[in-house]
Design a protein around this ligand. Sequence first.
Ligand code: ATP
Ligand code: MG
Ligand code: FE
Length: 332
Amino acid sequence: LNILAIESSCDETSAAVISDGKILNNIIATQSVHEKYGGVVPELASRAHQQHLIPVVHEAMRSSGLHKSDLSAIAFTKGPGLMGSLLVGVSFAKAMAFSLGIPLIEVNHMQAHILAHFIEDPKPNFPFICLTVSGGHTQLVLVRDYLDMEIIGETTDDAVGEAFDKTAKLMGLPYPGGPLIDKCAQLGNPKAFQFPISDMPALSFSFSGIKTAVMYFLRDNLKENPKFIEENLHDICASIQYTLIKTLMQKLKKAAKEYRIKEIAIAGGVSANSGLRQTLQEEAKKLGWNTYIPKFEYCTDNAAMIAMAAHFKYLAGEFSSIDVVPEARMKF
Ligand code: ATP
Ligand code: MG
Ligand code: FE
């Protein structure tokens, strides 16, 4: 059972081959065109996918040692994501599946972020709770089985990755700011400055408040000292990161308690954050959780996770018809 998977939901063009549930490769072309704009420009992302997709697929096929005729299915990200970016991947996948006469498998990008946990050991046991934290989403998901998931909490406004990137932008850091805040935070004092933790009902999150708080905080301090940011960058980053992690951990603990689940996973780009990884492990010790953190390359967008999800869908007999269309706001 060999599946070629394509990921093109945002600004990473990626292809991967999975053989009998084992990932053979994970080729990723990251688009650098967006850096100078301080965020992903959808139109440029679509064009870059158009440019990178065939070379990326070629490389995935070449390094797999398989021939096209060995493929059992073609998988692709159906959504959520940028419509123009998704269209490139979907059209390519359809054309390839059609020409080879093999099935098509659509994958939900957010489910794939979670299923990335099944690429390598240790694998979480069902049911588990996954905190999915990425550039576009912040979700608490109850995972009952590979293809049986329920969102039990999510953000009502910005995603936590957005909060990292937008506050980084306010400090003049380049896009994506998340990894840079992480790096600077490691050298700073997390208690140096206080930012508000949003008080949201049940398992909901809100991250728009901290962005505004940081904006006023910087404005007021820059009035007094124009060099405030450069002189305090490490402490500001550490304090922002501390607040964001605390917000996430509060709700994660609440969810674990409510559902009486001790199998806890994190997924999505922000799960690459060293502070979040460390805090999760500390809490796990205190609360007796078994925690699961994906390898760095499977945290941010990649086709290996799409391939893993497609493997389970193939086994479950879930295929797509040739008239399938992408969904920018796809739900589970
Ligand atoms: P979605 O998956 O919701 O559609 P996306 O695919 O754009 O959104 P990912 O690629 O999963 O999101 O993650 C990208 C996000 O992860 C960015 O916001 C980036 O800043 C953030 N990120 C990556 N590494 C780190 C890190 N070490 N610390 C904090 N944030 C990080
Ligand atoms: Mg990305
Ligand atoms: Fe993603």
